[in-house]
Write a new protein. Structure first.
Lengths: 330, 536
């Protein structure tokens, strides 16, 4: 149900753009106004969300320690999984953000007769997630060619690398295709793994369909329904230089693509996609386990009601004396 | 009290989620899965809100009329105080990596025991009240209203989480359900909704210094029993001191070690070790609790209970503090104590008077874990150990949740075990160290009336023990946690009968060759030592 609703929502978005351009000829709206609005919503939304997180205090030092602590000098510390220094934390975060290290160590279990619980390593989610995020990133970077003139050299290199298969005309760029497959895999596991289906919200399917829609429209545009790339670049350069122009004759599929991208960007600050910022601020990962060495300060630490030794001795003085325990007051 | 099903019944677990969506499936509070509600006298002692007689099975939990307002205000307050809470409310992508990492999910198949759903119980209310998307889109954005039924669901499931943090190891963003559960329980406590198994010990600890409510003379008396037993086994009379000013070291351990087997054997281990070293140390009857049931209630109560340790160290004028074998005690000491009640500038950087080792890793808190202390002694050749005295044991080591994932003390206890026992076997590596399973009843769940969920939650750990029992004939599970010693005794008896539980310092004491001891014929449990069976 959640999945179907989300699918219709994305199809609806695509139709809005298609009809808006084909029938109502709102090229200017979809080609310039909406992308600007979406970008503004994205930037303001993301910045205000990150500021909100950043302004919230971190009262305690609560890293999840996943290895040997720093202890006696002859005991080997696990410097990445249980960092006690800033460098260790940077290493841990790097591996987490770029290589999804925690997911790499994922396991699954099976309950057999006996009962016997058997655990094993499983890396499909790690692989699918890694493929999804990295190809998304490459696709995003590749699109910078539409917003730069002359196109910087490194973009040519990335594109050359991306097209290493050297098949098809124009050459197939592997990133877009893998992105579509990876998104499809992430969708299918959501549907077919019962526990994952059970926890999935519309807010989980919607961004997946949206990204699949973006990838699909992009792929169609490049390989099937060819668009006039020169006109597209005129439009995107207009956007980038803040002097928007809408050249004639760009096919509707481009506007569908652009509108889905706009929807995605505007949606990000209000969605789970904010994990891309949140992962950096997660106190169980980005803190060193050094709270016995360096006192961590809680900005809102306040005095609390305590039961003092004096009160305790008042309660038990006679019993303490009888048991031969020293007391402060006779 | 509900009758606990037999192991073969309990191990038939259905992992298929129900047909109806989780938001449309109200929690059914099944007997055997929850603990009795907090009694008014304990809440009164602690000055907590809404003390009253109430029963979990009753429709009406006697809440203040504006309870929703109280919770939502409390939630706003916590969101403003804890970045962890705010970030964890916002960034979960529901990838499901955590889903099958929870011992309660593995043991029960209840989807709301998947860490992700446990968090969603809270998140859904957060979205409905604190996010734009949730306010506008409602259920589509995963939002829901805070109803009486939702509140009961919270109570049921936040007291079905042991704050073990295993899920947070696997989460790609480190979302920590312990943190979520702590927030959930803190909110519930605003309405007087604690369990009595937690508020009772917390009240005891507040007034009497320890969870068990042992009064000063009882502590002395309990230790005297142990001293007699030690004398019987070793021929050595030990005379520890209490509340002694001017001692070099204050020793603090969970009160469970003073009270019941097998914790008492661990306690005897401490006494024997310190005597053999001639350590200048003292026990305290005021700070007679290392553990902290306040930690399972609210941040403020945890701080209130913890304050005694530094206060007592200051009053007695000791140089530093040594802490016994306990799990959550060490999460608190490592990650919270100094922040709450420090700086401990009246103490000195801990230095072992025996080896001269300076514990640089504790230079601010001034508190050393006894496994660090003992490992250092052994490494420096300060202890005479006869491993063969533990030859009747085939030992495995259970890493406790909190010392593993809230500290990272893995090698020290293993080093000690390897130097005190000849037969040591590791469990499946996907169930040890940072991936260790909870004993099943941490964070204040080790009551009697919730035995079914305890045994369910204890299944993954017990099952990994069974594996090494079958493979290597393991007969003893060593650990460094007082709750483990109490809980594993019950869960192993249920799932793997015949397997014992021991603290690491019981193993040390049995192997320790003491100056002037009589030839030992039994270990601390009064069992004949290997090679001496049948003598006499």
């Amino acid at each position: 149900m959640n999945a179907i609703l989300s699918l219709f929502a994305v199809i609806g978005l695509a139709l809005i753009a298609f009809i808006g351009v084909k029938v109502a000829h709102l090229e200017f709206l979809f080609g310039t106004a909406i992308p600007y609005i979406a970008l503004a919503v994205f930037l303001i939304g993301v910045i205000s969300r990150v500021l909100k997180w950043g302004r919230t205090p971190v009262p305690f030092r609560i890293p999840t320690t996943c290895g040997q602590q720093q202890s006696l000098p002859w005991i080997k510390q696990s410097k990445l999984d249980n960092p006690s220094t800033g460098a260790g934390v940077i290493g841990r975060m790097f591996l987490e953000v770029f290589l999804f290290r925690s997911l790499f160590s994922n396991t699954k279990f099976e309950l057999r007769e006996g009962p016997k619980l058997a655990y094993s390593s499983t890396r499909w989610l790690w692989l699918g997630g890694l493929a999804f995020h990295w190809t998304f990133f490459v696709v995003l970077i590749r699109h910078l060619r539409l917003f730069t003139e002359p196109v910087p050299g490194f973009l040519h290199s990335i594109e050359a690398l991306d097209g290493f298969l050297q098949v098809g005309i124009p050459g197939v760029l592997i990133s877009g295709v893998v992105l579509l497959f990876a998104a499809t895999y992430l969708f299918l596991r959501r549907v077919f793994i019962p526990s994952v289906r059970y926890i999935s919200l519309a807010a989980d399917y919607f961004p997946l369909f949206l990204i699949m829609g973006v990838a699909l429209s992009g792929i169609l545009m490049r390989y099937v329904v060819r668009v006039d790339i020169v006109s597209v670049k005129m439009l995107t350069m207009g956007l980038a230089s803040l002097s928007p122009v809408v050249p004639e004759g760009i096919s509707a599929i481009f506007y569908v693509h652009l509108f889905l991208v706009s929807a995605l960007f505007a949606y990000i600050p209000y969605s789970k996609i904010m994990h891309l910022g949140g992962v950096f601020l997660s106190p169980t990962r980005n803190l060193a386990n050094n709270s016995r060495m360096v006192r961590h300060i809680n900005p809102w630490n306040y005095p609390v009601e305590v039961h003092t030794y004096e009160e305790y001795e008042n309660d038990f003085r006679e019993k303490m004396k009888k048991a031969g325990l020293p007391v402060e007051k006779e | 009290m509900a009758k606990t099903p037999k192991p073969d019944e309990l191990s038939k677990i259905d992992y298929a989620p129900p047909q109806s969506a989780w938001m449309d499936t109200p929690a059914e509070l099944k007997e055997g899965n929850w603990c009795y509600g907090a009694k008014p006298k304990n809440l009164e002692t602690l000055h907590f809100p809404n003390p009253r007689e109430w029963r979990v099975q009753d429709e009406d939990w006697k809440l203040p009329e504006n309870w929703q307002e109280i919770i939502l205000k409390g939630m706003k307050d916590l969101l403003d105080k804890y970045r962890s809470f705010r970030v964890f409310m916002d960034i979960c992508v529901r990838c499901g990596a955590c889903a099958d990492k929870c011992h309660f999910f593995i043991g029960s198949g209840d989807p709301k025991n998947m860490p992700v759903l446990r968090a969603e119980l809270l998140r859904s209310v957060y979205r409905g009240n604190f996010t734009k998307a949730g306010k506008i889109l409602g259920k589509l954005a995963g939002a829901r209203e805070l109803t009486y039924s939702v509140l009961k669901e919270w109570w049921y499931y936040f007291f079905q989480c042991t704050e073990c943090r295993r899920c947070s190891v696997f989460c790609p963003y480190g979302i920590d359900t312990a943190e979520i559960t702590m927030m959930g329980r803190e909110l519930l406590n605003l309405l007087g909704l604690n369990t009595d198994w937690i508020s009772g010990p917390a009240a005891n600890c507040y007034m009497k210094g320890n969870h068990l409510g042992l009064e000063p003379h009882t502590i002395v008396g309990n230790l005297e029993y142990m001293l007699d037993d030690i004398e019987t086994v070793t021929g050595i009379k030990i005379t520890p001191t209490f509340n002694r000013k001017g001692a070099e070291i204050l020793f603090v351990t969970p009160s469970g070690d003073l009270f019941a087997d097998p914790g008492t054997y661990t306690c005897m281990g401490y006494l024997m070790l310190f005597h053999e070293l001639g350590l200048d140390y003292t026990w305290s009857t005021y700070a007679s609790e290392g553990g902290n049931f306040g930690f399972f209630t609210s941040n403020e109560l945890a701080k209130r209970l913890n304050s005694k340790i530094y206060a007592e160290a200051k009053r007695l004028g000791v140089k530093w503090i040594l802490g016994g074998e306990c799990g959550h005690m060490w999460r608190v000491l490592n990650q919270y104590m100094d922040t709450w009640n420090g700086p401990a500038d009246f103490l000195q950087v801990p230095k072992s008077p025996i080896t001269g080792t300076v514990f640089e890793n504790a230079k601010s808190t001034k508190m050393v874990h006894i496994a660090e202390f003992t490992a250092d002694l052994i490494k420096n050749g300060k202890l005479k150990l006869d491993k063969s005295r533990n030859d009747n044991l085939k030992v495995t080591f259970h890493d406790s949740c909190n010392t593993s994932r809230g500290m990272g003390i893995f090698e020290e206890p293993r080093y000690i075990i390897n130097n005190t026992c000849n037969h040591f076997y590791e469990m499946d590596e996907l169930t040890t160290r940072e991936k260790t399973f909870c004993c099943g009843s941490g964070s204040g769940l080790n009551a009697g009336e919730n035995m079914e969920i305890r045994m369910r939650g204890g299944l993954p750990r017990a099952n990994a023990v069974k594996d090494v029992v079958d493979k290597y004939g393991v007969n003893m599970v060593a650990n460094i946690c007082a709750i483990d010693r109490a809980v594993l005794t019950a869960s192993l008896d249920y799932w793997v009968p015949g397997t014992g539980v021991t603290g690491v310092h019981e193993l040390v004491a049995n192997a320790l060759i003491m100056k002037g001891e009589q030839p030992r014929t039994t270990n601390l449990r009064g069992m004949p030592l290997p090679g001496t069976e049948g003598q006499e």
